[in-house]
Ligand binder design. Structure first.
Ligand code: ATP
Length: 237
């Protein structure tokens, strides 16, 4: 049984048919990447998994259980963490308060404290800035906070939407190292990235999305060597 499976998922925004029958699988322990151009439906795929938009047709199974009709907070509670595009941290709350909100489903203060310590050991910078308002953090720090907030719920799978967006190269490298570290520690990752080259370097497998449909899939190595992928997404001739 796959940890996550989408079967023929169709998602609409009003009349816009954003996902046109997406089927994909993510096995426990994998990093799987979704690549594709702007507007291909990558974010919509993540939003459909986490229940922020509801599919009109098809199924989303998590640990074999259909979740596509559940409200988003129940999907979070099952172990699906979402690090949204643009980070969406709470700008007027401190770093520490942002993290605590990430653990809103957890009643045990000790557990919350322990998770916070784990996040701070992953991102010492967040510890230094713990009393600072989220809105005053740099882009890289906000990305760390968005990842940290999702980790506060101890998710089984992390859905990551464009974590490298707008970051300086050195920070992109840092965030990608963190993704690999989280994966080595046993976390499954579904990674949406514009930076297909980097994503394919760290992923086990990938899917290529174009106008709401999956056009290619395979091991990250196969995709990186595929001439169509090289031309369209890796900037090679
Ligand atoms: P990007 O990297 O630019 O975010 P994407 O691959 O993540 O691209 P989506 O954001 O999933 O693409 O968008 C898929 C399609 O759905 C696009 O045609 C987009 O214009 C449309 N869309 C996305 N969000 C909405 C919305 N809230 N209302 C209407 N249409 C939307």
């Amino acid at each position: 049984m796959s940890l996550l499976e989408l079967k023929n998922v169709h998602t609409y925004y009003g009349h816009i048919h954003a996902l046109k029958g997406i089927s994909l699988r993510v096995e426990e322990g994998e990093i799987v990447t979704l690549i594709g151009s702007n507007g291909a439906g990558k974010s919509t795929t993540l939003r459909t998994i986490s229940g922020l938009v509801k599919p009109r047709q098809g199924e989303v199974l998590f640990q074999g259980r259909p979740i596509h009709r559940l409200p988003a907070h129940q999907i979070v509670a099952l172990g699906v963490g979402h690090v949204p595009e643009g980070r969406r941290i709470f700008p007027r709350l401190t770093v520490e308060e942002n993290l605590e909100i990430g653990a809103y489903l957890e009643n045990d203060r000790k557990v919350v404290q322990q998770r916070k310590e784990e996040v701070f050991s992953l991102f010492p910078r967040l510890y230094e800035r713990r009393a600072q308002k989220g809105g005053t953090l740099s882009g890289g720090e906000q990305q760390m906070l968005a990842i940290g907030r999702a980790l506060m719920q101890n998710p089984k799978i992390l859905l990551m939407d464009e974590p490298s967006m707008g970051l300086a190269p050195v920070l992109v490298d840092f965030i990608f190292e963190i993704i690999q570290k989280l994966n080595r520690e046993g976390r499954t990752i579904l990674l949406v990235e514009q930076n297909a080259r980097l994503a394919l370097q760290i992923a086990h497998r990938g899917y290529v999305l174009a106008t709401g449909e999956i056009t290619l899939s395979g091991s990250a190595k196969e995709l990186a060597q595929n001439p169509e992928v090289q031309k369209a997404y890796l900037g090679e001739e």
